[in-house]
Design a protein around this ligand. Structure first.
Ligand SMILES: [Zn+2]
Length: 219
């Protein structure tokens, strides 16, 4: 099984590894690495972008997905010179990783705050750069009446720079993420170390979508 370094360290942008498999899926070519720092798209979060280097050869990774417990690094072409025995250097786009981690952690915080309103239950998060939201079930009228309070809590928590704790259950391998003062939740995403890194979270829109309330935000 591969070692998923993105679960251990959000701030690891370069890493040495080895190619353990070259494959094709629906005519798309991919590489599997022994260890990887590339976050595969999933859990509402976009994948990392970046390159795999072997010597001077630079291979652009176009998409990253997890399939049957393997992280597949999709590439346009398999270079002829590729050497399974030689080390590779993985380089992910740092700005993109940090933006995704900030958006994702902001989603956790917003969900935690929405959850503290008894009539609301957050059910889903989506943290794409083009549009991030937390989806809830509950009373939209009450939510709308509490917007000021929610914004205050967001600002206060970020100002207090609350830390994010990550723990894995050694038996089940389940990973839990907890913003200080809130309940832990199961998550396999990438998170910043403390809320101050996010900057300001702004709620942009509240919309009722087929009985689900979508709370859109930006950072
Ligand atoms: Zn998370």
């Amino acid at each position: 099984m591969q070692n998923y370094k993105y679960l251990q360290d959000t701030y690891l942008f370069n890493y040495q590894s080895k190619i353990i498999q070259i494959g094709e899926y629906n005519e798309l070519k991919y590489l599997v690495l022994e260890d990887t720092i590339f976050y595969p798209q999933g859990g509402g979060q976009e994948s990392d972008k970046g390159y795999i280097w072997q010597g001077d050869m630079k291979i652009k990774v176009t998409d990253v997905r997890k399939h049957n417990d393997q992280v597949l690094h999709f590439i346009d072409e398999i270079p002829n010179e590729i050497d399974l025995l030689k080390e590779v250097t993985i380089e992910i786009d740092k700005e993109n990783r940090l933006l995704n981690a900030r958006l994702h952690t902001a989603g956790h915080l917003l969900a935690n705050i929405l959850e503290s309103i008894p009539t609301l239950t957050p059910t889903k998060g989506h943290q794409y750069q083009g549009g991030s939201y937390v989806e809830c079930l509950g009373d939209i009228t009450e939510l709308n009446s509490k917007l000021e309070e929610i914004q205050k809590a967001l600002d206060q928590n970020i100002n207090d720079d609350l830390t994010i704790l990550i723990q894995s259950d050694p038996e089940t391998n389940h990973r839990f993420v907890q913003i200080q003062n809130y309940n832990p939740v199961g998550c396999g995403g990438t998170h910043v170390k403390s809320l101050g890194e996010i900057g300001k979270i702004t709620i942009n829109k509240i919309k009722n979508k087929k009985g689900k309330i979508r709370v859109s935000y930006s950072i």
